[in-house]
Design a protein. Structure first.
Length: 238
C-alpha cells in the first residue's frame, strides 16, 4: 500500500457476513474482526510516506458478503482507499524500493533479540550477520532471531534483504553488549553497580538484563555479591 504522506491514518473496514484480519508492516489493525451485519470498525496508526507491506485476510461466511476499506488522516476526509494506492501489477512488485531495517533488544546475559522491520514486496531472502564472526544466518522468510554473544563488546549487526530480481538492501547497527553486572553502563564494574542490583532485587523495578550476572534469568542478591567480589579482585572484563 502506498502512503501519500507522514501522518496518523485511520482505517475503516465495513463488511457484512465476513471475518477480517489486517496488518500494515507488523502493526495489527484488525484481528479476527467478525461482522454479522453491515457494520464498520476502525483502527489508527502512524505511517510514513512511501510503500508499506499491507496484508488483509477476508473470509466470506454467508449471505451477501461485502467488504470496503476506507481511510482518513488529518488533512484527508474519510474516503475509500484508491485502487492506485493498493493495486500494483505483479510484474512491478520487484521494482518497489527495498528497505532493510531491524530493531533489537538486549536480553539477559549477552542475549540480543532482533526484529525484522524490512519493507518491500517480493522479498525472497533475509541474511543476518551478527558481527561476531559466525556465518551468516540465511532465511527464506522473515524471522526474528536471537543471538547469544560470547562476551561483552560492540558488534556490527547487519541484515541484508534480497528480492526476486536480485535487488539488495542492507541495514547495519552497532550493538553494545554490556559487561554482565555493569548496570550503570559506564564500561566497568564498581560498588555502584552492586548497589543498583540490590535495589533491583529488592524492589523488582527498573530491571536491567545486565544485572543477571550468573545468567539464571533472575535478579537476586547473589548477582550483587558476584559484582562485589569481582570489584574486590579488580575484574572488569568478563
Amino acid at each position: 500500500m502506498y502512503i501519500p504522506g507522514n501522518d496518523t491514518y485511520t482505517f475503516y473496514v465495513a463488511s457484512e457476513d465476513g471475518t477480517v484480519d489486517m496488518k500494515i508492516n507488523r502493526t495489527e489493525l484488525f484481528s479476527n474482526c467478525i461482522f454479522s451485519d453491515p457494520v464498520e470498525a476502525n483502527s489508527s496508526t502512524h505511517l510514513c510516506k512511501g510503500w508499506h507491506n499491507f496484508t488483509i485476510w477476508y473470509h466470506h461466511t454467508a449471505g451477501n458478503a461485502s467488504f470496503v476499506l476506507s481511510w482518513a488522516n488529518s488533512t484527508m476526509s474519510k474516503q475509500v482507499v484508491p485502487d492506485k494506492n493498493m493495486r500494483t501489477p505483479r510484474t512491478e512488485l520487484a521494482t518497489l524500493p527495498l528497505n532493510a531495517f531491524f530493531s533489537y533488544k538486549l536480553g539477559f546475559g549477552t542475549d540480543v533479540s532482533f526484529t525484522d522491520l524490512s519493507l518491500g514486496d517480493n522479498i525472497t531472502e533475509w541474511r543476518w550477520n551478527f558481527g561476531d564472526g559466525t556465518p551468516d544466518e540465511i532465511c527464506n522468510a522473515s524471522t526474528n532471531p536471537t543471538c547469544m554473544y560470547d562476551r561483552a563488546g560492540v558488534y556490527n549487526a547487519t541484515l541484508t534483504v534480497v528480492n526476486g530480481t536480485g535487488g539488495m538492501s542492507t541495514h547495519s547497527e552497532l550493538i553494545g553488549v554490556p559487561i554482565p553486572g555493569d548496570v550503570n553502563h559506564d564500561g566497568k564494574l564498581s560498588a555502584a553497580d552492586a548497589v543498583l542490583i540490590l535495589q533491583m532485587a529488592a524492589c523488582d523495578i527498573d530491571i536491567d538484563p545486565a544485572a543477571d550476572v550468573n545468567l539464571d534469568r533472575a535478579i537476586t542478591s547473589l548477582d550483587a555479591l558476584m559484582v562485589s567480589q569481582a570489584v574486590m579482585k579488580g575484574v572488569n572484563d568478563e
